[in-house]
Design a protein around this ligand. Structure first.
Ligand code: SF4
Length: 329
C-alpha cells in the first residue's frame, strides 16, 4: 500500500509551502486517482487544492476571459460567455469524457492529465515516460492511438485532452505561481514534445501551480468547428481531432487557426500554415493545401498509419464546416 499524507490549504501561498518534493496537488482527481490505483503514481503527500480561491470566471481588461484553475470543465462549457464568444472551447469540452467526469475535472487538471498510452498504465511493461530509460512498449507494440507527428525514439505517446486542442487554437495563456513568483506561459509553450525527456509532459516546474487560463478576446465564434474522430461515439479519446477557427472576408480567408489533437505529445499547430491561408479563397482546395502542409513529416507506426489520411480528411472537413458556419448559434 502506498501511504500518503493529506492536507487542504486555503491559499495558494500555503499550498506552495506545503508541497514537498514527492507530493502532488490534487483537484478533481479524475486522472491522478487512476494513476495511484495502478501504482503509476505513488505520491507521499496529497495537497488538496479545492479550497483555494481559483474557481472564478472573469472578464479581463483586454476583453478576454480568465478561467480559474479550479473551475470545473462542465462549468466552463456551459458558461454564457464561453458559449457566446468561445463556442469552439465549449464544443471541445463537451466532446471529451463523460458528464460525470466533466463535473469533477478542473481546468488546471485538464492541462496536466497524462497520456492514455496502454503501456504507461501497465507497470509490468517498459515505458520511458513512467520509468526513464526502461524502453518504449508502444514502438513495437499496440500503437493504434499513438502519435504521427513530433514523436521521438523515446516516446510516441499523445496528449489526450480535447479542451487543450481548443485552447491551443484560441492562443490561450496559462498563468502559474511558484516559490519565486508568478509567470505566464503561452499555450503553445506549455506542453512539450517527448524528445529525450518523455517523462516531462509540460514546462510547469514541479513546485509551481496553475492558477488560471486566460483567453484573448478573439473567439472565432462565427466560423469554427471541433471535429473529433474516435473508435466509438462517446466517452473515447480522439484518434484525431481538429479545432478550426476562421475569419472570412467575403469569400476569402482573413485569419485561420488549426490545432490537431490525438496526433502528437501536445496539441499540434503550425502558425506558418495558418498564415499561408490568409488571402486564399475559402475553398476545399485551400483546405487541402493546409492539410498537406500540416501533415508534412508525419510518420506512422504499424497500427496507426491510417491516422495520416484520417487527419488530412478531418482537417479539410473541419475547415469546410467552419467556413460554412454550421456550428454558429
Ligand atoms: Fe511509454 Fe511513451 Fe512508449 Fe507509451 S509511447 S510506452 S508513454 S514511452
Amino acid at each position: 500500500m502506498n501511504r500518503f499524507s493529506y492536507s487542504k490549504p486555503q491559499q495558494v501561498s500555503e499550498a506552495l509551502q506545503q508541497l514537498s518534493d514527492t507530493g502532488r496537488f490534487i483537484a478533481g482527481g479524475t486522472n491522478l486517482l487512476d494513476l495511484m490505483k495502478e501504482n503509476v503514481a505513488r505520491p507521499s503527500q496529497l495537497v488538496d487544492i479545492n479550497a483555494l480561491p481559483l474557481n472564478k470566471i472573469e472578464t479581463t481588461q483586454a476583453g478576454g476571459l480568465r478561467i480559474g484553475a479550479l473551475v470545473k470543465n462542465s462549468t466552463v462549457a456551459y458558461h454564457p460567455d464561453v458559449e457566446r464568444v468561445y463556442p469552439l472551447l465549449a464544443h471541445a469540452i463537451l466532446a471529451g469524457a463523460s458528464a460525470q467526469l466533466r463535473n469533477m475535472a478542473s481546468t488546471g487538471g485538464n492541462l496536466l492529465q497524462r497520456t492514455r498510452c496502454y503501456y504507461f498504465y501497465d507497470v509490468g511493461t517498459p515505458c520511458n515516460k513512467r520509468e526513464p530509460g526502461s524502453g518504449c512498449g508502444a514502438l513495437e507494440g499496440q500503437n493504434r492511438i499513438h502519435a504521427i507527428l513530433g514523436h521521438s525514439e523515446q516516446c510516441i505517446a499523445v496528449h489526450p485532452s480535447d479542451m487543450c486542442v481548443a485552447l491551443a487554437a484560441l492562443e490561450a495563456t496559462v498563468h502559474v505561481s511558484g516559490p519565486s513568483g508568478n509567470r505566464s506561459i503561452p499555450f503553445a509553450d506549455f506542453h512539450r514534445l517527448p524528445g529525450d525527456t518523455p517523462h516531462l509532459d509540460t514546462n510547469l516546474a514541479p513546485d509551481e501551480i496553475i492558477t488560471a487560463v486566460e483567453l484573448p478576446p478573439r473567439g472565432f465564434a462565427e466560423n469554427f468547428a471541433y471535429l473529433k474522430l474516435r473508435d466509438r461515439a462517446s466517452y473515447a479519446f480522439a484518434l484525431v481531432s481538429v479545432a478550426a477557427g476562421l475569419e472570412l472576408n467575403g469569400t476569402s480567408i482573413g485569419a485561420a487557426r488549426i490545432a490537431l489533437g490525438g496526433v502528437a505529445h501536445k496539441p499540434w499547430r503550425c502558425p506558418e500554415v495558418e498564415a499561408a491561408l490568409i488571402g486564399k479563397p475559402a475553398t476545399e482546395e485551400s483546405y487541402r493545401m493546409a492539410a498537406d502542409a500540416l501533415l508534412q513529416g508525419a510518420v506512422g507506426f504499424e497500427h496507426n498509419r491510417f491516422k495520416i489520411e484520417l487527419a488530412r480528411r478531418a482537417i479539410v472537413r473541419a475547415l469546410s464546416e467552419a467556413a460554412a458556419g454550421v456550428n454558429a448559434q
